[in-house]
Design a protein around this ligand. Structure first.
Ligand code: NAD
Length: 280
């Protein structure tokens, strides 16, 4: 049982997932420091404070993390953008988060993404599911920044003993909106339960966990969820009738796990043919 009066820093608090987590974690008794570059759009929950800050501002991030037991790092660019847009928040900002964690001996939960491995093909039939120790195959500059973030966690654990869990979030929205999300959806409730397991786990080391609910159509297999004792409870299957027919019709999008992100600025003439995979 953690000391719930020791604060937890939540970055990206004003974003979609931050706004879902802030009330859920304060209701569970945690003391939160919320931060974001954008104002917090809701009433700040009891048990939380909010400070507006840019992840690029290292001294402010270090100050915000003072005395924290953990950092839930959800802030930054969360969609595919030009390299220069991604660079500051997702690369430099992440370094500030890890330096703060190192100083405070805090553990880090990094909101990574399926887009760090987006160019793996979707499993066909009963093909093997992808384990979390698979190769990074980022599907854009955003996914590349998430792969870098996971490697930053690897470095800070190996060199400084900063514990970290890298949550490769699939699609975390109130409900699935297309057929791909029958495989990738993570409910807000499963996400919040995972945060609690992360905060309460005695030992984490450097862990990678697929961020998806209990979806029978999943792409993903083994990971380190046993270290925190997390089991998702919700399933996207309940939405199959509503979204099962919602496919893009684009061959690149439908072939790879990253979906539409793989097709953005895609300049190969065709998706790589099967017989050329030995070159991939
Ligand atoms: N929602 C998903 O399905 C999903 C999937 C994979 C990964 N993720 C990751 O989870 C995290 C949260 O996702 P979300 O859906 O809530 O995204 P979001 O865009 O709603 O929230 C991100 C927040 O980061 C803040 N931010 C951006 N630049 C910043 C800066 N320079 N300094 C401080 N704050 C800054 C934004 O203001 C925003 O409130 C992101 O890191 C995202 O990459 C989300």
């Amino acid at each position: 049982m953690t000391d719930k009066t020791r604060p937890v820093l939540l970055t990206g608090a004003s974003g979609n997932l931050g706004r879902a987590l802030a009330p859920a974690l304060t209701a569970a008794g945690y003391t939160l420091r919320l931060t974001d570059i954008a104002p917090f759009p809701d009433a700040v929950p009891a048990g939380a404070t909010f400070t507006k800050a840019d992840l690029n501002d290292g001294p402010t991030i270090l100050r915000l993390a003072e005395g924290c037991q953990a950092i839930l790092h959800f802030g930054g660019v969360s969609t595919e953008q030009a390299f220069e847009v991604v660079l500051g928040p997702n690369i430099r900002g992440l370094y500030h988060i890890y330096e703060a964690a190192r100083r405070e001996r805090a553990r880090v939960l990094f909101a990574s993404s399926n887009h760090s491995i987006g160019f793996h093909e979707r499993p066909a039939g009963n093909a093997e599911l992808l384990d979390a120790d698979c190769a990074f195959r980022p599907d854009g500059f955003y996914g590349l920044s998430k792969a870098y973030g996971e490697l930053m966690g690897r470095l800070y654990w190996d060199k400084h003993g900063v514990e970290n869990l890298n949550l490769r979030i699939g699609s975390s929205f109130p409900e699935p909106v297309d057929a791909r999300m029958l495989s990738t959806w993570l409910s807000y409730a499963d996400l919040a339960r995972l945060m609690e397991r992360f905060l309460e786990a005695p030992r984490i080391g450097h862990a990678v966990v697929w961020g998806a609910s209990k979806n029978p159509a999943t792409y993903w297999g083994g990971d380190h969820r046993d270290r925190i004792g997390w089991e998702p409870q919700d399933t996207a299957e309940a939405f199959r009738d509503k979204v099962g027919g919602k496919v893009s019709g684009d061959p690149v999008t439908e072939r790879y796990q990253g979906g539409g992100y793989t097709a953005m600025d895609y300049t190969r003439e065709t998706p790589s043919p099967k017989d050329q995979f030995s070159l991939d």
